[in-house]
Design a protein around this ligand. Structure first.
Ligand code: PHE
Length: 487
């Protein structure tokens, strides 16, 4: 058995004690504080050397009233003294000189059969017996804390409001187990070094004294340090995947112009998704100057007449519609802005940022969610590259069963939805595709752009094993504390 020096000393004390069971407070060892003894007892218990039992004991101490009587004397004693001396005592005089304590004196004396008649207390025949009994009470006041007070006196004191004060405390009794009784305390174990200090190192004390072993099974209290929120951890993981593949991270803004969020992506101005039902518009009295004003005529022309070989939407484009402010509905706005500003190929970029949608929130929908956005602009980018990228990205997160389904977005052709199959169920992950020439050619891009916008929270829900998407944000403390990243 590997015992530390303190444990060895406590064990030695217990083995030498004649009592089978002993209160912890009766263990006294020179040079050891109560805390050290207590800690050693706990360790010895963990190691099976001893068992402890706790019991609650009540002790009585003098209360305010009791402490006062210790100095002035119990009111009944003082009253009886006067009575013994003078033979009689008028209740009115008693009240005048004793104040509130007069009533107490009367009540206590009444218990000895002394009751006033016609406002007068008379000295009873057995005054000496009563006097000696009350004197004993008085003496008991100073003995309360030692516990050597008769039950009768204690009952009397307890019935008197603040004469006594009750204190409860727990007493730990210690009993050696079989192992503990027969354990031998090696000279060594008491001598083992359990704390390395500069002195021990420089004095070479460790040459002939061993080191105490670490107990790796020692019970410790769990501490909860601060850590990334599960969603934060997942975002870091996603960023990591794209950064390792050589993508550049792009950042954007919550507030966008409809022009960049939609027009630049060839989303017609009367598209249903632009509706107030789907998009949060800002009620701005004064719009800030449009960013890249020169782009507006370009988008206007594409919407109205298309580009060479494509007819456009053939309606009247409204620039004031483009200038409206909204909360971005997708991060594809970051992609198109990035490409507008970086027109040299190749480019590969991504972002993991928040978007806003006018959704009614339920177990499957949030109005604020993150999108994993990305795009590759390259001579060699094509649908196969996109399919490979989607499979590779999700495989790195542990999702290998993907389905890529033909779909539609106004800005991509072909378009492809990414669906994961998990335990027989299908999980829609997001959209992707190859940007239409109306989007790329219009801003002078020569090569294909493959792009995607994938929901993060749905994925997170599956990874975290949550039944309700809202739980990601309710931050249940138990969930947060016990969360272990598995991605
Ligand atoms: N922006 C689309 C969405 O919000 C996703 C998407 C991104 C689709 C890029 C095609 C290309 O769902």
């Amino acid at each position: 058995m590997d015992l530390g020096p303190n444990e060895s000393r406590v064990l030695k004390f217990l083995q030498e004690s004649s009592k089978p069971s002993i209160e912890e407070s009766d263990i006294t060892i020179v040079g050891m504080s109560r805390q050290e003894i207590s800690a050693a007892v706990s360790w010895l218990e963990v190691k099976g050397i001893l068992t402890t039992t706790k019991s609650e004991v009540r002790i009585w101490k003098l209360g305010d009233e009791g402490r006062r009587y210790l100095e002035t004397g119990l009111p009944e004693l003082r009253a009886l003294k006067i009575l013994r001396e003078k033979g009689t005592l008028a209740v009115r005089d008693l009240m005048n000189s004793f104040g509130a304590e007069g009533r107490i004196a009367l009540a206590q004396l009444a218990k000895f059969g002394m009751k006033p008649a016609n406002g007068l207390l008379a000295c009873p025949a057995e005054v000496e017996r009563i006097f000696s009994e009350i004197s004993k009470r008085q003496d008991s006041l100073s003995k309360i804390e030692s516990g050597s007070v008769s039950k009768e006196v204690l009952d009397n004191f307890k019935s008197r409001e603040t004469l006594l004060q009750e204190l409860k405390h727990t007493v730990r009794s210690v009993t050696l187990t079989k192992i503990g009784k027969s354990a031998t305390i090696s000279e060594q174990s008491g001598n083992l070094i359990d704390e390395v200090t500069p002195e021990i190192i420089s004095s070479h004390a460790w040459d002939n004294r061993g080191f105490r072993k670490y107990n790796l099974n020692a019970p410790v209290e769990r501490t909860f340090s601060s850590y990334y929120h599960p969603l934060g951890s997942l975002i870091r993981r996603v960023r990591d995947i794209f950064l390792r593949m050589g993508f550049t991270e792009m950042t954007g803004h919550y507030v966008e112009y409809a022009g960049w969020n939609m027009d630049s992506l060839f989303i017609p101005q009367d598209h249903a998704a632009r509706d107030m039902q789907d998009t949060f518009y800002l009620d701005a009295k004064v719009n800030p100057p449009y960013e890249h004003e020169e782009s507006l005529p370009i988008f206007s022309k594409v919407h109205e007449h298309g580009i060479h070989g494509y007819s456009g939407w053939e309606y009247n484009f409204s620039e004031s519609e483009s200038r409206r402010l909204l909360l971005r509905t997708h991060t594809t706005v970051s992609t198109i802005r990035y490409l507008y500003e970086h027109r040299n190929a190749p480019q590969a970029m991504f972002s993991v940022e928040k978007v806003f949608r006018h959704e009614s929130v339920d177990w499957k929908h949030l109005a604020e969610l993150h999108q994993v956005e990305g795009a590759v602009y390259s001579k060699n980018a094509n649908l196969s590259t996109l399919k490979w990228l989607m499979r590779e990205f999700y495989a790195q997160l542990g999702f290998t069963d993907l389905e890529l389904i033909p779909s539609y977005y106004p800005y991509t052709e072909p378009s492809m939805d990414v669906v994961a199959r998990i335990d027989g169920k299908e999980l829609e992950l997001g959209g992707s595709g190859v940007f239409r020439p109306e989007v790329t050619k219009a801003i002078g891009l020569k090569y294909p752009v493959i792009a995607w916008g994938l929901g993060l929270e749905r994925l997170a829900m599956t990874i975290f094993g949550l039944k309700d998407i809202r739980e990601i944000y309710t931050s249940d403390i138990e969930w947060l504390r016990n969360f272990k990243a598995r991605f």
